[in-house]
Design a protein. Structure first.
Ligand SMILES: Nc1ncnc2c1ncn2[C@@H]1O[C@H](COP(=O)(O)OP(=O)(O)OP(=O)(O)O)[C@@H](O)[C@H]1O
Length: 796
């Protein structure tokens, strides 16, 4: 009897023990229309707690629906995958064929043995060995191609989920609404488990069906009562195992969550190592992690107990059956009606069929884990789809209003002051939470912006790329227009600002001041499109990508110093470079004004009317110049010296010099050089340095890096939103950075507390508590600021 192939086939499906990170909130939420509003369509959208309790769905209909929703797109959209699947199915059929051949070879082999027929025995032995040589590769290749196909499916599905998750700021919306926990876990290990198990189980089912048909015929021809005994035994066993294994689904689901809670706790310690060390919070962290570990261990013990109980049953089930076929057909053998080989053949056929009809029993743990994975992934997929359709609805509603890139509409809407509305006050009207239809946010289309840039370029002899600010020419139409804006917090639906009106023309700047918690950052969130709960309209006469945000603590990406400086445009720039759309002027002189260089290629390009403006990545010398401008030159020299020492070390170690001919000759010379005086190879080495930037740069340095990003961004941002972006800097550096920004032509809105910031803005939005839990606002011009900035002259 040969069970090896059958075993190899079954082992492709393993019980799932995926881990699962922290649930962000105990409640889950869903979008719903509130009762307010004349019609269902016009009723405001709100996030309300989901009725569904946490935990896996055990409704088979829901799981099957989610399964098809998750699994079908790949096979529908990828033609090559269908061909590969056909190949794997072919190999699966071949494995059944090989098993049938082995079944007959085994019968004749054992019959020759019992007949003591030496010639026939050796002849059967050779055939058997030949069968091994031809049959085993079929099993091996089937397993290999199946795993490879599952891997390709995983890659496709992960990329698709990533594309949806990381577009339209869906990741932010999901995090804010706490609709689904731990997307990272779902995108990484859940998808891998899903594709692997879905393919494995499907092929196992297919194989079982074919196997069942093939071996039922054999068994039935040997002895029909044996076939009947088998059916009764397996149906009873399946029912019993389903009953015994039911709680495994919940236990598996919970195990994922608890393992993930524990791992997430560890990740937080790593990410917040310095704060925890300053607080001396070791013991608290340890206690918390111990609790989480305990929760995971306890659940796992429950899982082990449930598996043990199930194992008692399945083991008896498996071993008892080994005797059944021989016991049933033995009387026929004693009566001389069948050969000894037929007993072996019936045993083999019996085992095959038993495996086929007992799939649920043998795979109950894998099925339990798989249904938890299907549930989690399906939930995530649905949440992403809902979130994106919310975004589309908001965009469509915004489109239905006045378009931001309509020149007429924008001109008509320009206030008579030609800029910030002078001394406007408001915020004392009562706004019902239920009557907030959502904020309408409109950005200018990229094509319209490119056309406008081309026009401006021809009008101002654009080879210099000089900004509207430095040329003294101001476009009087508002760059940012806010009308009757009410901002509410998500979920809590706490109204912050009410009825704000504001115009900001290009080249102007607005300072937002007010007490902590008044809603300053929330206003920036609304302008950036992160928060949409509220009422009113925001028109930005620039594409969305031309609005850049500088937070108080900038996000430090994984990568080199160059990557830090070019974030978030580094991939766009690399792409443009690779496709050859970038201009050839990659070696601009280091002294070139960064503000001037940023728009040059877009304005002078013959194809600048295209939707996507041409951009070129900043050269190393431009990056160095900007880093020096924001007073980060010391980082470059520091890392150049480090790279130099490393190169010298490796050259001493292996006897071959790794430094280029242009590198400094003497060791450590870079440490004292000014960045712009560094040899190109040393500067490049410094910019290529990778480090844990969040941990190795001071907050002030990180903030200055944020400013460098702003000045290096291509195309140049039209509007910068600065949220306490200089809070960690001394006043002198703050003044210097704001002067550079004012001369760059980038309009900006800053949030800050320092009164010295007034010197660098042309208007002030002052928020004040109204004494009744709300906020009043006042907008007024800051006359002195513009004169001060203009008097300061260009910065290099
Ligand atoms: N995601 C959120 N969900 C619900 N409420 C929030 C959320 N984020 C902020 N809030 C609340 O909204 C209010 C305004 O927050 P915001 O960050 O805009 O204040 P701020 O004026 O910028 O304060 P600070 O000067 O301290 O930075 C605060 O009461 C805050 O607790």
């Amino acid at each position: 009897m040969l069970l090896l192939p059958q075993k190899a086939l079954r082992s492709s499906v393993q019980p799932i023990r995926a881990t699962r990170p922290l649930r962000l909130a105990q409640k889950t939420w869903r979008w719903s229309r509130t009762s307010a509003g004349a019609t269902k369509q016009s009723a405001p959208l709100a996030l309300v707690p989901k009725k569904k309790p946490d935990g896996p769905s055990t409704d088979l209909g829901v799981i099957l629906g989610r399964l098809s929703q998750l699994a079908l797109p790949y096979w529908q959209e990828e033609k090559s995958a269908r061909w590969k699947l056909a190949g794997v199915v072919g190999l699966t059929l071949a494995t059944t064929g090989v098993s049938v051949v082995f079944n007959f070879l085994g019968r004749d082999f054992f019959t020759a043995l019992s007949d003591k027929n030496e010639t026939a025995f050796y002849s059967q032995l050779v055939k058997y060995l030949g069968g091994f040589a031809l049959g085993i590769p079929v099993f091996v290749f089937k397993s290999y191609f199946q795993s490879k196909l599952a891997l390709e499916w995983r890659q496709w599905m992960t990329e698709r989920l990533l594309a949806e998750y990381l577009s339209d700021r869906t990741f932010y919306g999901l995090q804010q609404s706490a609709e689904v926990d731990n997307p990272d876990q779902r995108i990484s290990s859940d998808v891998a488990n899903f594709t692997d198990t879905a393919l494995g189980l499907s092929l196992t089912l297919l194989n079982a069906a074919i196997d069942l048909v093939s071996f039922s015929g054999i068994l039935f021809t040997i002895y029909p009562p044996l076939f009947a005994a088998l059916v009764v035994y397996s149906v009873g066993g399946t029912a019993a195992s389903v009953a015994l294994g039911k709680n495994l689904v919940t236990l598996n689901f919970n195990q994922e969550a608890r393992e993930a809670d524990f791992r997430y706790g560890l990740v937080r310690v790593r990410e917040n190592a310095e704060s925890i060390a300053f607080y001396g919070g070791d013991q608290d962290e340890r206690a918390l992690l111990k609790l989480r570990l305990q929760a995971a261990v306890e659940n796992y013990l429950g899982l082990l107990t449930a598996s043990r109980n199930l194992d008692f049953f399945t083991s008896f089930y498996r071993y008892l059956i080994q005797l059944l076929p021989a016991a049933v057909v033995a009387p026929l053998f004693f009566q001389g009606k069948i050969d000894f080989g037929v007993i072996n053949q019936s045993q083999s056929a019996f085992n095959h069929i038993l495996n086929d009809v007992s799939l649920v029993i043998y795979q109950i743990e894998a099925l339990a884990g798989f249904s938890a994975v299907v549930d989690r992934l399906g939930e995530f997929d649905e949440a992403v789809a809902t979130r994106r359709s919310q975004q589309q609805q908001l965009a469509e509603r915004a489109k239905a209003g006045a378009p931001a890139d309509s020149d007429d509409a924008a001109a008509a809407a320009t206030s008579s002051s030609g800029g910030v509305t002078p001394a406007v006050v408001g915020g004392d009207d009562e706004t019902s939470l239920a009557a907030l239809p959502g904020i309408e946010l409109r950005f200018q289309a990229a094509a319209a912006a490119a056309a406008a840039a081309a026009t401006a370029g021809t009008a101002t002899a654009s080879t210099s790329g000089s900004s509207s600010s430095s040329s003294g020419h101001h476009d009087a139409r508002p760059l940012l227009q806010v009308r009757d804006l009410t901002v509410a917090t998500p979920r809590g639906r706490n109204v912050l600002l009410r009825g704000l009106d504001l115009d900001l023309t290009p080249g102007q700047s607005l300072l937002v001041m007010g007490p902590s918690g008044a809603g300053k950052t929330s206003l920036l969130r609304a302008v950036a499109g992160l928060w949409s709960d509220g009422r009113g309209a925001i028109d930005v006469r620039a594409p969305r990508d031309d609005v850049m945000f500088l937070p108080q603590r900038p996000y430090m990406v994984l990568g080199s110093l160059r990557d830090q400086a070019l974030y978030p445009r580094r991939h766009t720039q690399q792409h443009d470079d690779a496709t050859g759309t970038a201009s050839a002027s990659a070696s601009a002189p280091a002294s070139e004004s960064p503000a001037a260089s940023t728009s040059a290629s877009a304005a002078s390009s013959p194809s600048s009317q295209a939707a996507a403006p041409l951009v070129r990545p900043p050269s190393d010398s431009e990056i160095l110049a900007v880093l020096e401008l924001v007073q980060l030159g010391h980082l470059v020299t520091r890392y150049a010296a480090g790279a130099e020492e490393e190169a010298a070390g490796s050259s001493n170690g292996n006897g071959a010099s790794t430094t280029s001919s242009s590198a400094p000759a003497s060791r450590g010379s870079a440490a004292h050089a000014s960045p712009s005086a560094l040899p190109p190879a040393a500067a490049k080495a410094a910019l290529d340095t990778t480090a844990d930037w969040a941990a190795s740069l001071s907050l002030g340095e990180q903030q200055r890096l944020g400013w460098a990003r702003l000045l290096l961004a291509r195309p140049r941002p039209a509007l910068a939103l600065l949220d306490e972006a200089t809070s960690a800097l001394d006043q002198e550096t703050e003044a210097r950075l704001y002067k550079v920004l004012a001369q760059s032509g980038i309009s900006y809105v800053s949030v800050g507390h320092r009164s010295t910031l007034r010197d660098f803005h042309s208007a002030l939005l002052q928020l004040r508590p109204d004494g009744a839990g709300g906020v009043t606002w006042e907008v007024r011009p800051l006359e002195a600021a513009a004169a001060q900035v203009a008097a300061a002259g260009p910065q290099q």
